[in-house]
Design a protein around this ligand. Structure first.
Ligand code: NIG
Ligand code: FE
Length: 410
């Protein structure tokens, strides 16, 4: 058994979590000062105050004097499997083109699809694994990864197999999402029905048969997939055991949230443009809103109204949206900083949104997201920082000294 001793404070100590944190509870965090924590195998075996510690022969002792220990971040929305990068579009953006204008001139998702189709499965794995390793260094311990740059049966399956390989070869807890409905590929530009049929009749059954995905996603947005198309794809996914987790309200509010809540989506993600009706709809189900502030920063769109959600008694998760077009960043510490600075939420709310609420958005709330006996020992040991609130304050700095995943120091 390993022991972490002399911890300045242990953060996010919880009993098993029945649901995600909402409203005022978003601002509350339970801590134990001057603490110890015992790891047995992959899991948290015990923790408490140093004064209550009964010493034993530990296999490893980690001294955490002046350091905080928190659960690792749970990043419930990413697209880290992609080929090549799009910094050419970054120049277009600097020169004043919007995300939609860049996509209209052949950039955007279709640009990444072209690159991905040309990459071998091995090349794609190697490029993506670098990103998976990179996010661990800033404290991420669980990651949802989407397909959606293949847009053909073969290339979508290639992406999903790469996600499975990352799951096997890293200590991250990974969930896979099928996002065939990310954009209409150019060969189906004038045959949208044909592409929907391909998704529904070929992609979904094949992916489900090979157990390559946990979730189904759709880019429900003006000029991408309509609410009716989203419902059709959500239903087809559900028939094959894929739970909906949907991109909605990034640029426009077109009724996607209402449809997702009614169809039992696990999460609705983006929410930069959110109406009062959308907020009322969110109060009616168990769907967790997920906000992606790094995307707002990068493509200069509004920030999701996190503060207003809390004032309405709602909760939400924060995630990176790590992808080559709208958020080439996988750093959850920076996401927390942006959430505090731009969305005006408290550091405690940002921390809950990045841990326990993210875990709920990946159906991992019984395994991850808090310091709870029996949960996976996925832990951050911070640098010697003055407080945990220092993490979002010191934006752009990595305040993580060590990451432990499934009981193993990374
Ligand atoms: O979540 N909005 C849809 N999909 C991604 C961006 C994809 C891309 O530009 O490559 C997002 O922002
Ligand atoms: Fe996304």
């Amino acid at each position: 058994m390993k022991i972490l001793k002399n911890i300045k404070a242990l953060y996010l100590v919880e009993e098993q979590n029945p649901s995600f944190k909402k409203g005022e509870a978003m601002n509350q965090i339970n801590t134990i000062e001057h603490a110890f924590l015992v790891i047995e195998g992959e899991r948290i075996a015990n923790f408490g105050k140093m004064s209550d510690l009964i010493d034993q022969n530990w296999t490893e002792v980690i001294d955490c004097t002046d350091q905080y220990v928190l659960p690792t971040f749970v990043d419930s929305h990413s697209h880290i499997v992609y080929a090549g990068t799009r910094e050419g579009e970054f120049i277009d953006k600097i020169n004043g083109l919007s995300y939609e204008e860049i996509a209209a001139k052949g950039g955007g998702i279709l640009n990444s699809a072209e690159k991905l189709r040309k990459a071998t499965e091995n090349e794609l794995f190697e490029q993506s694994m670098v990103r998976a390793q990179e996010v661990i260094t800033t404290g991420t311990g669980a990651l949802e990864i989407k397909s959606g740059y293949g847009l053909s049966v073969e290339s979508e399956m290639k992406m999903l197999r790469v996600i499975q390989r990352i799951k096997e070869e890293s200590d991250l807890s990974i969930k896979a999402t099928f996002l065939g409905a990310h954009a209409y590929p150019k060969e189906y530009k004038d045959n949208k029905r044909g592409y929907l049929d391909l998704i529904i009749k070929e992609m979904i059954p094949n992916i489900a048969k090979e157990k390559l995905a946990d979730y189904i996603d759709v880019f429900c947005e003006s000029n991408y997939f309509s609410v009716e198309e989203t419902i059709e794809i959500m239903d087809a996914g559900k028939n094959h055991g894929l739970i909906p987790k949907i991109h909605v309200n990034q640029f426009t509010s077109i009724g996607g949230i209402q449809a997702c809540v009614q169809h039992g989506a696990l999460s609705v993600d983006h929410l930069e443009i959110l109406t009062d009706e959308d907020i009322e709809a969110l109060k009616t189900g168990n769907t967790i809103p997920t906000i992606l502030p790094a995307c707002s920063l990068f493509i200069e769109i509004p920030y999701g109204p996190g503060k207003k959600l809390i004032e309405n008694g709602l909760g939400f998760a924060l995630a990176t949206d790590y992808n080559p077009g709208s958020s080439p960043c996988g750093n959850m510490q920076l996401v927390m900083s942006l959430a505090c600075i731009k969305m005006k939420i408290s550091p405690n709310a940002a921390l809950n949104a990045s841990t326990i609420n993210g875990a709920y958005a990946m159906n991992l709330e019984h395994e991850l997201g808090s310091i709870t006996k029996g949960k996976l020992a996925n832990l951050i040991i911070t640098n010697k920082i003055p407080s945990v609130g220092f993490i979002p304050y010191s934006f752009g700095t990595n305040d993580v000294a060590k990451v432990i995943l499934k009981g193993k120091i990374q």
